[in-house]
Design a protein. Structure first.
Length: 76
C-alpha cells in the first residue's frame, strides 16, 4: 500500500468529521503535535520516505491513544 495515498484518504476522512477532529487538527492547540506528521505529507515534495512513513504510523497510534483517553474520561 502506498502510504501517500493512504494518508490522503485518511485526511479526507478527517475533513468529513472536522469538528470531531478539531482537538488534534487545530495548529493552535498543543495536541496538534500528534497530527502534524499527517498534515505535512501532502505538502512534502517527492515520495514518502521510510522515515516519514514511520512518523505517520506513530502519529496514528498516538492519536488513537489520545482519543481513547478522552473517551474513557467521558464514560465515567
Amino acid at each position: 500500500m502506498n502510504p501517500f495515498f493512504w494518508t490522503l484518504g485518511f485526511l479526507a476522512g478527517v475533513k468529513l468529521a472536522s469538528r470531531a477532529w478539531r482537538p488534534v487538527t487545530d495548529p493552535g492547540k498543543p495536541e496538534y503535535i500528534l497530527f502534524e506528521p499527517l498534515d505535512r505529507v501532502p505538502s512534502d515534495p517527492g515520495p514518502i520516505t521510510e522515515a516519514t512513513a514511520k512518523l505517520v504510523d506513530q502519529s496514528i497510534i498516538d492519536i488513537r491513544a489520545h482519543f481513547d483517553v478522552r473517551r474513557n474520561k467521558q464514560k465515567r
